[in-house]
Design a protein around this ligand. Sequence first.
Ligand code: HEM
Length: 508
Amino acid sequence: MLTFLLLLSLVFGVLFVLYVYIQFQKSFKLWSSQGVPTIPPSFPSGHLDSRMAYMNFGLMAIDLYKKLKSKGDYVGLYFLNKPVLFVLTPEFAKTVLVRDFSYFVNRGVYFNKEDDPLSANLFFIEDSDWRRLRIKMTPTFTSGKIKNMFFTIKDVADEMVKHLETKWQNKRANSEFNIEITDLMARYNTDVIVSCAFGTQCDSLSNSKSEFRAVGKKMLTFSRIRLLKLYAAMLFRRPARALGFRLLHNDVSEFIIAMCKKTIEERKAKHIERRDFMQLMIDLYREDNDDVNSDGEGLSLKDIAAQVFLFFFAGFETSSTAMTYALYELALNRVIQDKVRTEINDVLSRHGGKITYDSLMEMTYLDQVIYETMRMHPAVGTLHRIISKDYTLPNGAVAPKGTYVIIPAVAFHNDAELFPDPQRFDPDRFSDANKSTRHAFAYLPFGEGPRICLGVRFGMLQTKLGLAMLLKHFQFETCAKTQIPIKIDNVSLLLLPSSGVWLKANKM
Ligand code: HEM
């Protein structure tokens, strides 16, 4: 009997594999049968790379791009048997991100509103839910509103400089002052986001045990297994939702929801109004929905918590990465560092020595330094979309609804045909004259089109102000502990340094 059952399961097993094999072979014909450039897939992975288990996705995208670039505007691939369109030119990136946006509204990334309410934020949500919320939130990010937050950010930047100066004064005489800048930048940006989003000070710069810093660290920390589960959830969104797969750690969600609830209730009780993100969210919340626990038409508590979480999640790691890499590149390129410091000092001397919003806006070479940093080291390596209705490609082939689209921004940024000598740090690439010589979509650190980063102005302001203050007071150089080149973290969704970045700082 046992032998019979074993035999039966073996037969079923073989039949099942055969069935899956036949189905996959059928799916694998999608691109080649329509004349879309492709390369032969393997069964069952398609073009999924086993290196996904131990390599950063952005770095894999660079490899793929180099291998496939000669194929044209795009190439058709498969992740398992799911179709993927891998974009190979800035011109086709423009088609996806802007020209034919109505087909490419969504990112197709995993979120789960029921089990993981904070994942239902503007970055992840789709279609009309996204449209409605984007319209509601856009006024929050106008230059006027961001300008109002200038002094809140400046207070944090002052604290950062004071914190470094104290450390510098306390160093042993004649010893080098070496600092780990990744953690310093993360603490600065945590304090900025917390003061602008919650209107409270969290002092993670001086308090090494800050709860917000701990949450920030945990938010984007993935084990290899969790990262693979996330990739799987992206490919099988419905089953993942049915199984209640969550993107976020439970305690992170609970902490953010509790902080939002506390802040809203406190402000209501004490009639406090501030010029920060939380106030702007509370205004939206008050408009339609006055009950903290309700889920009505306006923003509910969970909606607010999801957007505040997004500011934290989208704002602090990206800006910290830009600041870390900028200081690293300036430490390697001392002539450029001197040039940007001269600009900072010249502008400030014209403004009575004070950093104000207007004086900061005059520091255009500092902008170029930041743009060039984000060219070489964009925090977000690839942009993602999913086709929401069958789409006819320029050659007449049809990419079906559900096709994933990947735009390898980091590969464009490091392509010698788009940016000659790409390994050279050269902020002059971003002078007005030089910018106009290349395709506008060759450079995509904030994405593009209607789904472009909503926080561009805020991200640039916190990055620029922090850098201006640091460079005014300190000079940076490499030290024995500096890892050159910086290695990328393989277990991260962003292109982050794999370990601390050490630099020597000298007081100016
Ligand atoms: C240097 C800092 C930053 C970088 C490099 C960055 C980069 C990006 C990128 C590449 C995207 C995807 C765009 C696309 O798919 O086309 C994005 C989306 C987004 N970012 Fe940022 N970001 C930064 C700072 C911020 C900040 C500070 C906030 C908010 C306070 C923010 C909020 C958002 C939001 C809400 C989205 C989703 C927009 C939507 O889907 O409608 N970002 N960001």
